[in-house]
Design a protein around this ligand. Structure first.
Ligand SMILES: CC(C)(COP(=O)(O)OP(=O)(O)OC[C@H]1O[C@@H](n2cnc3c(N)ncnc32)[C@H](O)[C@@H]1OP(=O)(O)O)[C@@H](O)C(=O)NCCC(=O)NCCS
Length: 165
């Protein structure tokens, strides 16, 4: 059996064009890179075009500074029929001191699509190590919690009158 491509690492230097008004890295710049790395990890795994279906709450634990080297560690945690949970861990490194900080972790749901825009099956995930099994079990629980919270959020939705937007 061929070894599956389940992980991907991307390292990017934080340049001044990514800064916000305070001179730190803009959250939106990081979100764009997060989405790119999740896309690349999922597409490489399933060898198909994928779309971003959802991104769980993202908490930026610490700010990221211009000039730091940021590494995105992405991994296929869990797969359903057509969806994949991609976990991304972000580590920022100060290049002068070599201090490394874990600044955020988040979970994307990516869905494989065919050329007609329909979701398609992805290869089932081979779990090779105990760690992969633990990661997979946690992701399965998150998927369940995600579905439950989606139902609760939909029940709370208030439709605005059409004139208001
Ligand atoms: C994501 C998308 C394909 C889901 O469409 P759908 O009609 O629900 O498709 P399906 O019923 O075939 O479901 C496909 C998978 O998406 C998952 N899914 C659907 N809605 C979801 C949500 N809100 N959160 C997480 N996963 C979701 C389903 O659970 C299913 O997973 P599975 O096949 O592993 O069981 C569709 O909503 C879409 O194309 N969205 C736009 C995506 C996009 O353009 N993203 C870029 C940002 S704008």
């Amino acid at each position: 059996m061929n070894k599956q491509e389940k992980s991907l690492t991307m390292t990017v230097l934080m340049t001044p064009d990514m800064a916000n008004f305070s001179g730190n890295v803009h959250g939106g710049s990081l979100l764009k890179l997060l989405d790119q790395v999740a896309y690349a990890c999922a597409a490489k795994y399933c060898k198909n075009y994928v779309v971003t279906a959802a991104l769980d709450q993202v908490f930026f634990r610490q700010q990221v500074n211009v000039g730091e080297l940021v590494t995105f560690f992405a991994h296929v945690n869990h797969v359903g029929r057509s969806s994949m949970e991609i976990g991304v861990k972000v580590v920022a490194e100060n290049l002068r001191t070599h201090e490394k900080r874990h600044t955020t972790s988040c979970y994307f749901t990516m869905v494989a699509m065919d050329e007609n825009g329909r979701s398609v099956e992805v290869p089932q995930l081979q779990l090779d190590t105990d760690l992969e099994k633990r990661i997979n079990a946690a992701a399965a629980m998150r998927k369940k919690m995600r579905q439950e919270s989606l139902e609760k959020i939909r029940a709370l939705h208030v439709n605005l009158p059409e004139d208001d937007f």
